[in-house]
Design a binder for this molecule. Structure first.
Ligand SMILES: NC(=O)C1=CN([C@@H]2O[C@H](COP(=O)(O)OP(=O)(O)OC[C@H]3O[C@@H](n4cnc5c(N)ncnc54)[C@H](O)[C@@H]3O)[C@@H](O)[C@H]2O)C=CC1
Ligand SMILES: NCC(=O)COP(=O)(O)O
Length: 335
């Protein structure tokens, strides 16, 4: 196959003091049917490979055109210089601009069609915020860069897919953020992408309530009666197959899950702990609603494991494979 028929996947390097470099190095020992281009400081990758005792060939690319199809044991890097020296496990706010630059370059490259997808190892949201950037997550960062009206965070393991109505919000702000408009945009976008990107003809989506026992007929909260149920009714009239609002504690049981293609949870910690319990280390995080393809890992920076050789690269491999599949499907759909 000619090199140009392989998708070009940009991989950002994440927080340099975290396990991003480690899992990139170890995942690169595998073969992938794609041109993988890592946006990183080559010196950071080389130093981490040395710390891990992994012999890796680093190929510096001056542009995407120089990036070959991935060969196991090799890393192709589009260089971006770190702003300060990196010590595994030790955050340095001075490297926040470096981290943000890798993300912006990846998004710009996708928007101008140099890359087909982005895969993001973890960043440390706290240190980016300390640098003065309001950074609540890649999801919102790419939403702003791409000017997208509504994005959807969805994580997928072998056992289930879980999407969220709200993303990174303090608990006290969630009730106000559960509006008919937001539920409508998220449910429509999710339904459309389950059809178009995952080939599910008529998706069945289980929707969680917000309150314990989905509000217990209004005795434990009114959001289900006043907002969620009427909005789901109107979406059902549009033909979207939504079941709920169901109490979140019973929804996440085999009886319900086996009938469904996806769960729509109201907030981050309602849906993601269950997903992570079911598949931590092998799940992928996908941002729907962007004009670009972006996948990510299911874990954070694990500063305690950086440079130790104990970081599991399973989720990164799933994220890369998922991005390759989505990019290939998007190419087929555009022909
Ligand atoms: N996609 C992203 O950029 C994400 C970033 N984060 C950020 O990561 C930082 C740390 O978050 P935590 O809640 O401590 O979660 P964490 O996932 O970094 O760590 C939780 C526990 O899981 C272990 N762990 C994590 N990834 C692992 C892997 N690949 N292999 C083996 N063990 C692993 C860690 O050692 C730790 O014991 C925070 O700033 C958070 O915002 C968290 C989740 C996703
Ligand atoms: N728990 C998943 C998570 O927080 C990932 O967020 P993002 O950085 O992908 O927006």
């Amino acid at each position: 196959m000619p090199q140009t028929s392989f998708p070009i996947i940009a991989i950002t390097s994440g927080e340099p003091a975290g396990i991003g470099p480690d899992i990139i190095i170890s995942a690169s020992q595998d073969a992938f049917p794609a041109r993988l281009i890592v946006l990183a400081d080559p010196a950071v990758i080389e130093a981490r490979a040395n710390a891990l005792g992994i012999d890796i060939h680093i190929n510096i690319c001056s542009s995407v055109d120089d990036c070959p199809v991935h060969k196991s044991g090799s890393i192709d890097i589009l260089p971006i210089s770190a702003s300060a020296p990196v010590e595994a496990g030790v955050l340095d706010v001075k490297n926040a601009p470096y981290v943000l630059e890798t993300l912006s370059e990846a998004a710009k490259g996708c928007l101008d069609d140099r890359f087909d997808a982005i895969v993001t190892p973890p960043v440390h949201k706290g240190i980016l915020c300390e640098s003065g950037e309001h950074f609540s997550g890649h999801t919102e960062f790419f939403q702003t860069l791409c000017n997208s009206p509504q994005v959807i965070m969805m994580l997928a393991s072998d056992a289930m897919k879980v999407a969220l109505v709200t993303t990174h919000l303090p608990l006290k702000d969630i009730s106000d953020a559960i509006t008919p408009d937001t539920i409508r945009l998220v449910a429509r976008g999710l339904n459309k992408d389950l059809i178009n990107r995952y080939g599910i003809t008529k998706p069945t989506i289980l929707v969680c309530g917000l309150n314990p026992h989905a509000g217990e007929d209004g005795h434990l909260g009114m959001e289900e009666i006043e907002i969620i149920s009427p909005t789901l009714d109107s979406l059902r009239n549009e033909g979207i197959n939504l079941i709920g609002p169901l109490p979140a504690d019973t929804l996440f049981t085999e009886k319900y899950l086996k009938e469904a293609d996806c769960v729509l949870a109201m907030y981050h910690d309602q849906g993601l702990p269950v997903l992570k319990y079911s598949g931590f280390g092998n799940a992928v995080n996908i941002t729907l609603g962007l004009p670009i393809i972006r996948t990510s890992v299911d874990h954070g920076t694990a500063l305690d494991l950086a440079g130790t050789g104990q970081a599991n690269d399973g989720s990164l491999k799933v994220a890369i494979t998922h991005a390759i599949e989505m990019a290939n499907n998007a190419k087929k759909a555009s022909i």
